[in-house]
Write a protein that binds this ligand. Structure first.
Ligand code: CUA
Length: 184
């Protein structure tokens, strides 16, 4: 919830700033009473606008980059690692490296309030790996890509059943591609 408020605040502040810049540009481009007169100090004005733009960008990036999920729980040792192998149109999940010949772990259980790591890959095309809580809210997500292992770290604050849905159109059975796990 705190993050939602933070993102909404960032969005509103950016929207107001960008609207402000557009209004200034619009007003300065209106023909004035003495429109024969050339713009005074055009280079200085251009520099002022670029400096303002750079300032806004730097402030926004400084605030938002540390919030990026790449740094989440980076220093933790995961309490549990789950290997995920996506393929048309299902997810194989196991606590150990996935061996296509070995049976997978059907009922994945993860600890609540502990850092867990999903190592997500795909054997065919790009898939999504999106985790939803019981209220069908998107909690976190990554891509499942052939030839890459994406590590997704998360701490589940609520126990319950979580569903995994594919967020990348991957073929005729895309809509049926889902799995679930339990957090206790
Ligand atoms: Cu897999 Cu859509």
């Amino acid at each position: 919830m705190k993050d939602h408020v933070f993102i909404l605040t960032i969005f509103l502040v950016s929207a107001i700033l960008i609207s402000g810049i557009f209004i200034v540009i619009f007003r300065s481009s209106l023909p004035s009473a003495n429109n024969q007169k050339e713009v005074q100090n055009p280079k200085q004005k251009r520099f002022f606008f670029f400096a303002l733009l750079a300032f806004v960008l730097i402030v926004l990036l400084t605030i938002t980059i540390p919030k990026s999920p790449y740094f989440l729980f980076a220093k933790d040792t995961p309490a549990q690692v789950v290997y995920v192998n996506a393929q048309q149109f299902l997810y194989h999940m196991a606590y150990k490296e996935i061996d296509p010949l070995a049976p997978e772990d059907d009922d994945i259980e993860l600890p609540v309030n502990a850092t867990v790591e999903f190592r997500v890959t795909s054997t065919d095309v790009n898939h999504g790996f999106a985790i939803y809580n019981e209220r069908a809210e998107l909690v976190t997500q990554t891509q499942a890509m052939p030839g890459y292992v994406n590590r997704l770290r998360w701490q589940f604050a609520e126990p319950g059943k979580y569903n995994i849905l594919c967020l990348e159109y991957c073929g005729a059975g895309h809509h049926s591609m889902r799995a679930s796990f339990t957090v206790k």
